[in-house]
Design a protein around this ligand. Sequence first.
Ligand code: DGP
Length: 114
Amino acid sequence: MADCIFCKIVAGEIPSEIVFKDDRVTAFRDIHPVAPTHILIVPNKHIASINELQPEDEGLMGYLFTVERKLAEQEGIAQSGFRSIINTGPDSGQEVHHLHLHLIGGQRMRHPMG
Ligand code: DGP
């Protein structure tokens, strides 16, 4: 997608601190971290949000979480715990319309549901 900032990061056209990359996904540090570890894991192919997922994306979505587990171990937060967030649409506050999994950890967080 020509105007997608995360497609440009995947393509290496915009600099970012990439922590993992292969033929299916790219993971890089969030530009505005909310915790000591804040990594975004994105599919290399453009998918705007969960609303646009197709049946053939099932394996890819599972793989995003496999990469997240490895990165949590790499960051040393697998045992202390971490939060996984995927925002979808206006009410969630989704700002970038390229599906991304937030891996957030390294500090104690308040429960998000009140
Ligand atoms: P969301 O609200 O779920 O769409 O989160 C978008 C996240 O993307 C937000 O935490 C900030 C991050 N972000 C936006 N632009 C850039 C960028 O150019 N580089 C990096 N590394 N992160 C970005």
